[in-house]
Write a protein that binds this ligand. Structure first.
Ligand code: DC
Length: 643
C-alpha cells in the first residue's frame, strides 16, 4: 500500500490552473469520434478515465492522434465505427462506460464491455432498459442490471418515446441523448422520476450543440432529438477546466486564509459544479468570479455550517463534507443518494473516514450530517476513489493526515498533490539528529519552547516500544512482534510526563537496560515503519522541533533546518555521568564510555536509517559549548530558516 503523509497546513494562497473537465473531456471525445470530419481537441484532461475512452476509441478503429501536450486529433467516423466486433475494457470510468454502451448499442456491432470489479457493481439497468425500448440487443454477462455487457447488432426501430429513469444516475440520460442522433430518426426521451445531477445534462446538451445537434426540451422531463440530426465536427474545441476539481482549492482558500484562485472555470462555465462557489459563500467564504476564474478567501470569523440540498452539485458536494470539519455548527448535505453508486459508496466511506478524524457523523440513505470536533491525526483510506483522496487532503488544514493509495487521484487530476503543495504552506520542522547523550534532547526542547513549537523526542518512542515489548513478553529481536507493539503503543506525552497505558514511565524508559533495548528494536525495519506516521503526526501548527537519528533524513526530509548535533564520546560520557550522580545513582565513567561507543556503533552501522550527518545538515559540535551556547546557535539558524 502506498501512502502520502501530509503535515498540517498552516495557510493557503495562490493560483491553480485546473486540468480539463473529466465530464466534458469524455463527451467531447465520443462526439468527435461520432462526428463527420476531424476534430482537434485542446486541453483534454490527461487521466485514467480519458485514457480508457481514448483506448476504446482506438480499439473501435477511430483515428486518434496525440498532437503533444493536452491536444489530440480525433478522426470522426460519421456515426459508424470501423471495427464492428471488439471487447472493450473501461476500468472504473463511468463517463466512458455509459455513453459507449448507448452509442455502440445503437450504432450496431458485436461488442463486449467490461470494467474493474467496482464497475461491475455500478448499476446500468435503467440505461439498458431505455436502449431495449429502441430494439437494442443487450445481454448481461454476469448480474442482471450490471456490467459486463454483450451488445449485438439489432434492428433499431424508429424512436418514438423512450422512457428512462433519472433518479439513479444522470449518465443514463446523457448516454441515451448522445447516442440518439445515430438512429437518424426523431426520438423523444422522457425522464421517469426526479432527475438527479441535473447540471450534467446541461453539459451534455451544450456539448451536443457544439457538434451541431440541438435537442429540443420541455424542462427537465422531455428531450426531443429531431429527425436527421448528425454530429458535425466544430473543427477545434477547447475543454473547460474541471469545476469539481476547482472545489478543493476554493475550499482551501476558504479554510486556509486565501485568496486561492482557480483558472479554467468561471462565470461562463457550462459545468454545474461551479455553483459549489455559492455553497461555499453560504458558509461565509468570500468569493470573487471572472469569466474564466474563481477566487475564494476565508471570512474573518471563520466558516459556518449549512444545510443544503446538493442535487445541483453532486460531485463537488463531497468537498463540503470535509470543509464542514472547519465550520461552526452541524452541516447537513441532502439529496446525495447518487453518492452510493459512484466509485465507491461515498456516503458510507465519507462517514467512516470523517469519524477517524474525530468528527461526529450521521448518515442516511440520501444525506450526511457532520459535526466537527478537535481534529486528530488519522490514516485515511481512499477506496479507489479520487474524490475521497482529494477531499480528505483538506483535513490537513487541521491535523497531519496519511492518505492511503494517493495515486487514485489520477482518475481526474494526476498532479493534484503537486498543485496542493504549490498553494499551501506546511507547519515547519526543525530536525536535530545526533548520537546518544550529545545533548540534542535538551537543546531541542529548549529551542521548541523558545519558538513556541511542538517537540518530538523520537528516541522516547523507541524506548517506549522496548519497554512495552518487555512488559508484553515480546523478545526485542522478534521483529513482527515488536512492530505490532509499536503500532499499538498507547502513549500520551505532556510537557512533564510520558504515560504508557496510563502509567507514568518517564524514568522507566531512561534506564541503561531500556536504552540498550531501544537501540536493538530501533534496528528493526518493521518497527521503524510502524512508528513513522506516529512521528509525522507531531508535525502540527505552528511548527515542530524533532530530535533523533533520522529526523532530517527519513521522517521529515522537508525540514526547513537540519542540524547534526554531536560531541566527543568522552564529553558525552562525562555529561551522562554527571546526570546520574546528580540523581544519586552510581555509575562508572569507563563503563558509560564503552556503552556509548557500542550504541553509536549499532546506531550508525544498522541498515535502515543509520545515524549519519546528512549532506544538507549543519554540524554543531557541542564538545566545547555550554547548553545555552548550543541553544543560541540553533535558534540563530532557525530564525534565518524561518524567514
Ligand atoms: O535518543 P535516544 O537515546 O533516546 O534514543 C534511543 C534509541 O532509539 C537509540 O538507540 C537510537 C534509537 N533512535 C533511532 O533509531 N531513531 C531515532 N529517530 C531516535 C532514536
Amino acid at each position: 500500500m502506498t501512502f502520502l503523509d501530509l503535515p498540517q497546513i498552516l495557510s493557503a494562497a495562490g493560483t491553480v490552473r485546473l486540468p480539463g473537465s473529466k465530464s466534458i473531456s469524455n463527451r467531447v471525445l465520443l462526439l468527435s469520434a461520432l462526428a463527420d470530419g476531424e476534430t482537434e481537441v485542446r486541453d483534454l484532461l490527461a487521466s485514467d478515465d480519458t485514457e480508457r475512452m481514448l483506448d476504446a476509441l482506438k480499439t473501435l478503429g477511430v483515428g486518434v492522434t496525440h498532437l503533444g501536450g493536452d491536444n489530440w486529433r480525433i478522426g470522426g467516423c460519421g456515426g459508424r465505427f470501423p471495427i464492428r466486433q471488439a471487447e472493450l475494457f473501461l476500468g472504473n470510468a463511468g463517463t466512458a462506460f455509459r455513453p459507449l454502451t448507448a452509442a455502440l448499442a445503437l450504432a450496431g456491432g458485436d461488442y463486449v464491455l467490461k470494467g474493474v470489479a467496482r464497475m461491475h457493481e455500478r448499476p446500468i439497468g435503467d440505461l439498458v432498459d431505455g436502449l431495449r425500448q429502441l430494439g437494442a440487443d443487450i445481454t448481461y454477462l454476469e448480474n442482471d442490471g450490471y456490467p459486463p455487457l454483450h451488445l449485438k447488432p439489432a434492428a433499431i426501430h424508429s424512436g418514438g418515446v423512450v422512457r428512462v429513469r433519472g433518479d439513479v444516475s444522470s449518465q443514463f440520460l446523457t448516454g441515451l441523448l448522445m447516442a440518439l442522433p445515430l438512429t437518424g430518426v426523431e426520438a423523444t426521451v422522457e425522464v421517469v422520476g426526479e432527475l438527479i445531477s441535473k447540471p450534467y445534462i446541461e453539459i451534455t446538451l451544450a456539448t451536443m450543440k457544439r457538434f451541431g445537434v440541438v435537442v429540443e426540451r420541455e424542462g427537465r422531463q422531455r428531450f426531443r432529438v429531431p429527425a436527421g440530426s448528425r454530429y458535425v465536427s466544430p473543427g477545434t474545441i477547447y475543454v473547460e477546466g474541471d469545476a469539481s476539481s476547482a472545489s478543493y482549492f476554493l475550499a482551501l482558500g476558504a479554510i486556509g486564509g486565501g485568496p486561492v484562485r482557480v483558472e479554467g472555470v468561471g462565470r461562463d462555465s457550462i459545468q454545474g459544479d461551479v455553483r459549489f462557489a455559492e455553497a461555499l459563500a453560504r458558509m461565509g467564504a468570500v468569493i470573487e468570479m471572472g469569466a474564466n476564474w474563481i477566487e475564494a478567501r476565508a471570512p474573518s470569523g471563520g466558516l459556518t455550517a449549512i444545510d443544503l440540498d446538493c442535487n445541483h452539485i453532486p460531485d463537488a458536494a463531497m468537498t463540503l463534507a470535509t470543509a464542514a470539519l472547519f465550520a461552526r455548527g452541524t452541516t447537513t448535505l441532502r439529496n446525495i443518494a447518487s453518492w452510493r453508486v459512484k466509485e465507491t459508496d461515498r456516503i458510507a466511506a465519507m462517514a467512516i473516514e470523517l469519524r477517524k478524524l474525530g468528527a461526529e457523523v450521521e448518515e442516511g440513505a440520501d444525506f450526511i450530517r457532520v459535526t466537527p470536533a478537535l481534529l486528530k491525526p488519522a490514516v485515511i483510506d481512499t477506496y479507489d476513489d479520487h474524490r475521497m483522496a482529494m477531499c480528505f487532503s483538506l483535513a490537513a488544514c487541521g491535523t497531519p493526515v496519511r492518505i492511503n493509495d494517493p495515486r487514485c487521484v489520477a482518475k481526474t487530476f494526476p498532479d493534484y498533490f503537486g498543485a496542493l503543495a504549490s498553494v499551501t504552506r506546511e507547519a515547519p520542522v526543525i530536525s536535530i539528529d545526533g548520537p546518544s547523550a550529545s545533548g540534542k534532547g535538551t537543546v531541542a526542547a529548549r529551542v521548541a519552547a523558545a519558538l513556541g513549537f511542538h517537540y518530538l523526542d523520537s528516541g522516547a518512542l523507541y524506548r517506549l516500544t522496548a519497554l512495552a515489548a518487555q512488559r508484553a513478553g515480546v523478545a526485542w529481536d522478534d521483529e513482527a512482534g515488536v512492530a505490532a507493539v509499536a503500532a499499538g503503543l498507547d502513549v500520551i506525552f505532556t510537557e512533564t510526563s510520558v504515560r504508557l497505558a496510563g502509567e507514568e514511565v518517564g524514568d522507566a524508559i531512561r534506564t541503561e537496560e531500556i536504552s540498550a533495548g531501544a537501540s536493538r528494536v530501533a534496528a528493526l525495519p518493521a518497527v521503524r515503519t510502524a512508528l513513522l506516521f506516529r512521528q509525522r503526526a507531531f508535525n502540527r501548527a505552528p511548527g515542530l522541533v524533532a530530535d533523533g537519528r533520522d529526523m532530517g533524513s527519513v521522517v521529515f526530509p522537508r525540514s526547513i533546518l537540519k542540524v547534526f548535533l554531536t560531541a566527543s564520546p568522552e564529553a558525552r560520557a562525562e555529561r551522562r555521568y554527571k546526570q546520574l550522580m546528580e540523581k544519586g545513582l552510581s555509575a562508572n565513567l569507563n563503563d558509560l564510555l564503552l556503552d556509548l561507543r557500542q550504541r553509536d556503533e549499532r546506531d550508525s552501522r544498522r541498515s535502515v536509517a543509520p545515524l549519519q550527518q546528512g549532506v544538507d545538515a549543519l554540524l554543531l559540535d557541542t564538545t566545547p559549548l555550554s547548553i545555552e551556547q548550543a541553544v543560541g546557535q540553533v535558534l540563530a539558524w532557525s530564525e534565518s530558516a524561518l524567514q
